[in-house]
Design a protein around this ligand. Sequence first.
Ligand SMILES: C=C(O[C@@H]1C=C(C(=O)O)C=C[C@H]1O)C(=O)O
Length: 372
Amino acid sequence: MAGYAVYRLPKEEKCTFMMQAESVPLHLESCQEFDGHSGFVIAPFVVSDDKPIVLLQPETTNIYGSVGEIPADVAEMIDKMSMLDAVSADDEASGAERKHYSHDFRNCHDRLVSGAFRKIVLARMSAETVSCEKSPFALFRQACEMYPRMFVALFSTSRSGTWLMATPEVLLEQEGDAWHTIALAGTMQLEGDALLFDVPLGNGCGSLSPDNCPAWSDKNIQEQRYVATYIKECIGRFSHDVSEAGPCTARAGNLVHLRSDFRFALEEGAGIGRLLDMLHPTPAVCGLPKKETFDFIVRNEHTPRGYYSGFAGPLDVCGRTNLYVSLRCMYIRDSRNFHLYAGGGLLQDSVEEQEWNETEAKMETMRKILNH
Ligand SMILES: C=C(O[C@@H]1C=C(C(=O)O)C=C[C@H]1O)C(=O)O
């Protein structure tokens, strides 16, 4: 079965389309198998036989100047190659979604209060149905237009199914000897005039008026600091040359997050695979301590995450790697049924209603596209 990926990097116009039709994508158990390979990576939150890391190794790669330049026959092929699973059965009523979140929240909160966990990211899924049929390519084009600052990707393989994302979170980028990652966490809904710039935290508001400059709570600052400390420690094992900038307030659609940037050089002999295996999943999507929160999520979260909160992107394509955390995404089940995913970091003092609302706000990124 043919697989494809079509993507557009943040703040770029050009779109890359990749297709593997003559052979089967590689299914991998660990990122260490990446070394020496190139293609488009689709990694789940937790690797299993059923949900492996998929490496698309395209025979065809086309680069277009913008999404509008993708020819109609390619758009049609994308829709045709999308593996849509027309069976519908196990979606739960939205009342049940809220009840299950409440159960999961209390379960997590108990561990935060007892001190077993310092932070845990609780996620959920919402099954949405729309009244008129949507084509995957039309949704991708819409996402490119609505979210110029996000990594927008649509891909489909027989193992992963079809997913669309518009994510703000870099997992790992590389061009030549220059490597880059970010610590992204803490969330507020954007209000008033839209933010136009990323502004430094506690360092004035650039050209924004104080009314537009969000004041971050201690909880959000702490959540992001956990992620930044973890990432710095991971990179420190592979590099003695790391520069850190931020945190600053970064916009992602209708939300803002706190973001620190890390630029570094990889020590000789250190491959991308080992670094990725150590980094992923970061406490931006998992928790601390890592192993305990990871096991807890896999065993207890109501809906399996699948490829949500894994990562995806081009690996060593034209000398560049751009891997992003798979957030603000949906599984495209068929032309009318979609599974939207979102989560948020919980600390001891998290309040259930606020956290639920945060997942709703994150799901708006995809909902806006569906309802457009
Ligand atoms: C888990 C998600 O987002 C992550 C969690 C955040 C938070 O807890 O504030 C913020 C940005 C992302 O790192 C998601 O979008 O589903």
